[in-house]
Ligand binder design. Sequence first.
Ligand code: NAP
Length: 265
Amino acid sequence: MINMKYCIIVRDNGNSKQIQDFLISKIKHEYSDINPDYVIAIGGDGTIIKAGHKYPNSLIFGIHTGHLGHYANYSVEDIDVVVDNINNNTYNIQDLDLLSAEFVTESGNIVNDFALNEVTIVSPLRTLILDVYIDNDFLERYRGTGFCISTPSGSTAYNKSLHGSVIDNRLKSMQLTEIAGINSTAYKTLGSPIVLSHERRIKLDVAEGFEVPEDLFITVDHISYSLKDLKSLYIFYNNKTLKMAYNKPENFINRISRSFLISKK
Ligand code: NAP
């Protein structure tokens, strides 16, 4: 690794800052936050996700510092391993799937973004009425608070709190999960999460004749958009992946167990 550039993104706490100083003193490459070849994200999953949005073309080394750290492949105890992997070019690369989100407004504007965890469309106060299409096939007219559409690696985030399924990250898929869908003798929704192939395209149309609720917003991971004149939201697989460095491969089941089943003191 000659002439490589890197930068560090830190969650704001004392421990992370100490690790940052240590890394800068040991890493041989040039520090630069302009088009870095790799980024070291020190903190929790939120820090890694923010690093991914800021530097989507850079390799990410995730070091978790006491948070859940579902995405991180290194812990603070591995700090010398991180330095060794970087200086001797001995790391491996894992690809994380991303979803594309395309919002089309009534005035014809198009906004594009991508998600590592999920895209949500939510109206907390007023009932959201959406026509759901998978590819070009009509699935349902949905009434409720909204939807969460998650990637495989994002299935353990918001999606899991909505009782969506945990998805093996080898399964190229996206999951459409309702957020408080209304089910009664008057209105009906599928009512269960649906796991779709990566080749499909989800379209959520604001139902014709219904106004966009004032409080509607769309989130893409930690980023939120307020689009008063939304017409359609398209979700589909992004042809890029986010590249994460690792030392030893971690088994998917062990990662689930570490994140959700083995309690920490
Ligand atoms: P955040 O602090 O980054 O994330 C909230 C919690 O979820 C943290 O404990 C985080 O772990 C964990 N997490 C993030 N991604 C995960 C993943 N893929 N698998 C398992 N756990 C994961 O929250 P934020 O800064 O507001 O960022 C927005 C994220 O919050 C969204 O992407 C969404 O997934 C999540 N969210 C969850 C809910 C819910 O569960 N009810 C509601 C809204 C949003 P660390 O402690 O390691 O950071």
